[in-house]
Design a protein around this ligand. Structure first.
Ligand code: SF4
Length: 272
């Protein structure tokens, strides 16, 4: 797919979509250090349900970015402050369900409600008629996530897939984490960012949450119980095995080579 860039001389509003995963943080850090052009801001859509490690990472690195000239903005959804909705009117995550032996998955509404819409509201307020260049931290290994925005005022841009920045090559996730380590140190490589209860977690990610979640696993177990009866007559689960999270078998050998359905930041999947 062709990566679009703006026409020379066009007045644009360059923004990083900052999910606080490795790739989007690297974009912000590279812009801060002059490896990439300066952006007007790095905007984080906080779902309110991020992993505690993500909030800690953001707390640590926001001042550093701002000291280096990158304005960090956090936006949040106005409504749906709780992820557990009653009735049919609420937003919902792509939870799994099973009835009469057939598995299903709810339509994902959370990415739009919690991420895309708040970012777009902020962009509309601040772009002052300019076209937005929305930089996304997508690397070569995730190229399937590249897409064009579905609104004319946004031009999605993928700097890791623009050879002019990298001496004719393209950047993979491992190149990005290597760059972060080399330039900012080991603690500059964040863990994957996602809601602690995201149904896209693989078993490996659930294990990580259980072993290193700092309370997030317990919150996810609680959340899983809370959604169970929200779409009667069938039960809802956040594990795609359709069993309570607390009972999910995580003792099986690592799901060797199984990629997360997730990736890093869900806004990339939807093309903010
Ligand atoms: S991380 Fe998962 S649960 Fe959270 S907004 Fe994205 S898709 Fe929805």
């Amino acid at each position: 797919m062709k990566v679009e860039t703006h026409k020379t001389g066009e007045d644009v509003f360059p923004i990083i979509s900052l999910g606080w995963g490795a790739q989007s943080f690297a974009l912000a850090a590279m812009s801060a250090l002059g490896v990439l052009p300066k952006v007007a801001a790095a905007v984080h859509a906080d779902t309110r349900f991020e992993r505690s490690a993500t909030y800690e990472f953001a707390k640590k690195w926001t001042p550093w970015l701002e000291e280096h000239g990158i304005k960090v903005v956090t936006v949040r959804q106005d409504r749906h402050k709780t992820p557990v909705m009653d009735g049919w009117g609420g937003v919902f995550i792509p939870a799994f369900t099973i009835g009469e032996g057939i598995k299903g998955q709810l339509r994902r509404q959370c990415t739009y409600e919690w991420k895309i819409a708040p970012i777009r509201r902020w962009l509309q307020k601040h772009r002052q008629g300019r076209k937005v260049e929305l930089w996304m931290g997508i690397t070569l290994d995730e190229v399937r996530r590249v897409r064009q925005a579905d609104v004319k005022y946004i031009n999605n841009r993928y700097p890791f897939l623009e050879t002019k920045f990298w001496g004719g090559t393209l950047m993979r996730r491992s190149d990005v984490t290597h760059w972060l380590r080399e330039n900012l140190g080991d603690d500059a490589v964040p863990s994957r960012s996602a809601c602690y209860f995201c149904p896209y977690h693989s078993k490996r990610e659930w294990r990580d949450l259980r072993d290193n979640g700092n309370g997030d696993w317990e919150k996810a177990v609680e959340f899983d119980i809370a959604i169970r009866d929200k779409r009667p007559p069938y039960d809802l689960f956040i594990s795609n095995d359709c069993v309570p999270l607390a009972e999910l078998d995580l003792s099986t050998p690592e799901d060797h080579g199984q990629l997360s359905l997730w990736d890093d930041e869900c806004e990339g999947m939807c093309g903010v």
